[in-house]
Ligand binder design. Structure first.
Ligand SMILES: *[C@@H]1O[C@H](CO)[C@@H](O)[C@H](O)[C@H]1NC(C)=O
Ligand SMILES: *[C@@H]1O[C@H](CO)[C@@H](O)[C@H](O)[C@H]1NC(C)=O
Ligand SMILES: *[C@@H]1O[C@H](CO)[C@@H](O)[C@H](O)[C@H]1NC(C)=O
Ligand SMILES: *[C@@H]1O[C@H](CO)[C@@H](O)[C@H](O)[C@H]1NC(C)=O
Length: 727
């Protein structure tokens, strides 16, 4: 007790400290490579006046590759003082980033029957750096080739500080990118087959930056620092900031990624799970390869049969003992204590031996099932929400539980309100692979454009499988993440753009192996311009939130195609200087740009011309202001095809209400002329004021008759003004 009181007095006396990332001008960074944290400690003593020396700052990281600077615990006054120093470029509060899995709110996906599953070879010289929750290679067939070389820390089980994955997310993403072929993979009876990563020959370097609470931005930057120092070829990061996108120099992923890209490393990131609302996409810097989610042709359906004979299809990963096909009384959570089925709020007298319909929201789907189980219920049905349209979440639960769409929910609510003694039967069907419903489709959760930080850069870039994905899991945690769940599994089925990102990382690794001289921007261009937009029925990939055709704000350039990027003619390339021009166009200061470049002398933006829309992106997003009737953007194409001599012709599908011109319409390449420029102009002949849609979409295809290079076009009207976060 006494000691506690002393501690409390001490806390009152000192100012609160919190963690900051401090970007230091390269000219002021400690020269010695020895003991950088100590060198930054003395840097701080030099920078802080005597009255601010106490409490002493604690340096916990120094950065050399992903940034120049350090992370330290500082008081607010110390941080404010440092920010005014010429040696400090920027000071950024440490924030928590989130894993982009939907597990906690209920989600999943599958590899075995995905079209992305490659032949079991390739990319053996390529290293994919996975920044995540660590990895669990022990006794996992997906990592069989690697376990011979396990580092010591992994074998010693010091779980919290070692890179051993005690959550499962990092094991899942790593095996999706580069897991070896594992036969007889399944999550119980679901998704049975051979699980294999997209680039099974590639090696994995795992960087643990994420814990149960999330991923501190200072840890993420440290992970980039190590990955760059290690010389990985691809970085895969299924993590993001769920807030509005920050300015790029304050965003650890953007900073680490641009430094990595300047070293030739491809950086692949997840788009986020906050759809279907617009402007929800995260990881929006043009140098990132940003991936949204798609479905695959494998489902886990069940049938909900009501007492009145109506039937609905649900989705479930119920893996417990078989449920008898008998009628069971059905109640709505809202009538038995808690519409969201929150633990402890359900009345067990009213819930006992019944199936409970639970509303979406507040707690995750797994927690709802758990609450119903604790209250003595026989099963749970998770209601759909309007915005999610045709989408329903599956969960790897032991308890009989299904998730249904919004339309089904409305009908069941009607039945509940009109029938005196409502009953239901739920029939679980296991895994169904088929062409109906069509695939791929875009799940409602996948985050959408437009890009709030740089509206001229269309995001997400591509989509890849992210719903109900089977991949390796940790032995240190249950498939649901619940402490009460005692199960340990080799594989788990989960969902999220977290699962989409490593698919694209794997394809990027294959392409890196095949085209070692291509820049990260060229690899990205190849993946985007060869992506497909039609589903297996030949229609435009559908958006599950609307049931209608998706737009480029949901699908980006389309679904990544593992087979086409090699057989490609032209790329939209970009180098370090292009990224500087882009930052200049957005109004970044020389200090802010130096966070990415270490430039000394300073960048002079007067020598960098062009608008943000002129950045050599493989997609077009044009934003009209109220007083404009045309927008022009410039591009450069590089011929990387085996035909030196080739003539490409533009074929444009104009967005509704917009006239599009391209100059020139033909690009002629030969052995000496491997690069060609063109200009694209978007006109609104009748004035944009005539138009009612906020956005319209089209595409441009450059083709030489054999190969084609396709880019989506998005046009944003000024009404209402696009929501751009203040700089
Ligand atoms: C639970 O429901 C029963 C039956 O309707 C009722 O008698 C009881 O008071 C309820 N318990 C609580 C805590 O509300
Ligand atoms: C395009 O817009 C600019 C002003 O933004 C205007 O000066 C120019 O005449 C327009 N060009 C055409 C061809 O309409
Ligand atoms: C241009 O694209 C449209 C739509 O895809 C297609 O119908 C047309 O044949 C194409 N034109 C040429 C010249 O390739
Ligand atoms: C503009 O409005 C007029 C009158 O309603 C209509 O006839 C015309 O087609 C519209 N133009 C465009 C580009 O939508």
């Amino acid at each position: 007790m006494a000691r506690l009181a002393v501690a409390a007095c001490f806390l009152l006396a000192v100012a609160a400290m919190s963690s900051y990332i401090v970007h230091v001008a390269a000219a002021h960074a400690p020269r010695s490579s020895l003991s950088r944290p100590r060198a930054y400690g003395s840097f701080l003593r030099d920078q802080l006046p005597t009255q601010l020396q106490d409490p002493a700052p604690v340096v916990h990281y120094s950065y050399r590759h992903a940034a120049t600077g350090f992370a330290a615990r500082l008081t607010g006054r110390q941080a404010a003082h440092l920010e005014t120093q010429p040696s400090v470029l920027a000071i950024v509060p440490d924030v928590m980033l989130q894993l982009h899995t939907t597990m906690t709110t209920s989600f999943l996906r599958l590899l075995a029957s995905s079209g992305l599953i490659p032949a079991a070879d390739g990319a053996t010289d390529v290293v994919i750096g996975v920044i995540d929750t660590g990895i669990y290679p022990q006794n996992r067939a997906s990592f069989a080739a690697a376990t011979k070389h396990l580092p010591r820390q992994l074998r010693l089980h010091t779980v919290s500080k070692s890179p051993l994955d005690n959550i499962g997310h990092g094991t899942h993403t790593a095996s999706t990118a580069a897991g070896s072929a594992a036969t007889d993979a399944a999550f119980y009876k679901y998704g049975k087959g051979t699980a294999v990563g997209v680039a099974p020959g590639a090696r994995i370097a795992s960087y643990k930056a994420c814990w149960q609470t999330g991923c501190a931005s200072s840890d993420v930057l440290a992970a980039f620092d190590e990955a760059i120092a290690d010389g990985v070829d691809v970085i895969s990061i299924s993590v993001g900031d769920n807030r509005k996108p920050q300015k790029f120099h304050k965003d650890s992923v953007a900073v680490g990624a641009l430094r990595a890209i300047r070293k030739g490393i491809v950086v692949s990131a997840s788009a986020g799970n906050t759809g279907p609302a617009e402007s929800t996409v995260t990881n929006v810097a043009p140098w990132l390869l940003t991936t949204g989610a798609s479905t695959i042709n494998c489902r886990f359906p069940d049938t909900v049969v009501l007492g009145n004979g109506e039937t609905f299809t649900g989705t479930s990963l119920y893996a417990g003992s078989p449920v008898r096909a008998t009628e069971i009384p059905l109640v709505y959570g809202g009538n038995v204590g808690s519409r969201f089925c929150e633990a402890g709020k359900l009345n067990s007298t009213m819930v006992a031996a019944k199936i409970v319909l639970c509303d979406y929201g507040i707690n995750g789907g797994v927690a709802k099932g758990e609450a119903v189980k604790l209250a003595g219920g026989a099963g749970a049905i998770l209601a759909g929400v309007k915005d999610f349209g045709e989408f329903a979440y599956a969960n790897p639960h032991m308890f009989p539980r299904t998730a249904i769409t919004f339309a089904s929910t409305e009908k069941i609510m009607k039945y509940l309100s009109t029938d005196a003694s409502p009953v239901t039967t739920v029939l679980f069907h296991g895994t169904v692979v088929g062409r109906i419903p069509t695939s791929p489709r875009i799940p409602s959760f996948s985050s959408r454009g437009p890009n709030r930080r740089a509206p001229e850069i269309l995001k997400p870039d591509v989509i890849a499988p992210g719903v109900n994905i089977l991949a390796a899991w940790t032995g240190e945690s249950s498939p649901t993440g619940l402490g009460t769940d005692r199960r340990r599994v080799q594989y788990n089925i989960i969902s999220g753009t977290s699962m989409s990102c490593p698919h694209v990382s794997g394809v990027a690794a294959l392409l890196r192996q095949a085209r070692p001289d291509w820049s990260p921007a060229a690899i990205k261009s190849a993946l985007m311009t060869t992506a497909y937009v039609l589903d297996n029925a030949g229609n435009v990939i559908k958006d599950m939130s609307t049931g209608k055709a998706s737009t480029p704000f949901a699908r980006g350039s389309g679904h990544v195609d593992r087979n086409r990027p090699l057989d490609l003619g032209l790329v939209y390339d970009a180098d370090a200087d292009d990224y500087v021009s882009f930052l200049c166009a957005l109004g970044y200061t020389a200090d802010q740009i130096a966070v990415f470049t270490d430039d000394d002398p300073e960048t002079d933006c007067l020598t960098h011309t062009g608008s943000a829309g002129d950045f050599n992106y493989p997609a077009f997003s044009s934003v009209f202001n109220p007083n404009m009737d045309n927008v022009t953007q410039r591009r450069t194409m590089r011929n990387v095809g085996c035909n030196f001599r080739a003539t490409y012709t533009a074929n444009i599908t104009s967005p509704a209400g917009v006239r599009v011109t391209v100059k020139p319409r033909k690009l002629r390449f030969d052995a000496r002329q491997r690069r060609r420029d063109y200009e694209i102009t978007f006109f609104t002949p009748q004035g944009a004021g005539n138009l009612t849609d906020k956005y319209t979409f089209g595409s441009i295809v450059w083709s030489d008759g054999e190969r084609s290079v396709t880019s989506p076009i998005a046009v944003t009207w000024p009404w209402p003004a696009p929501q751009v976060v203040a700089m």
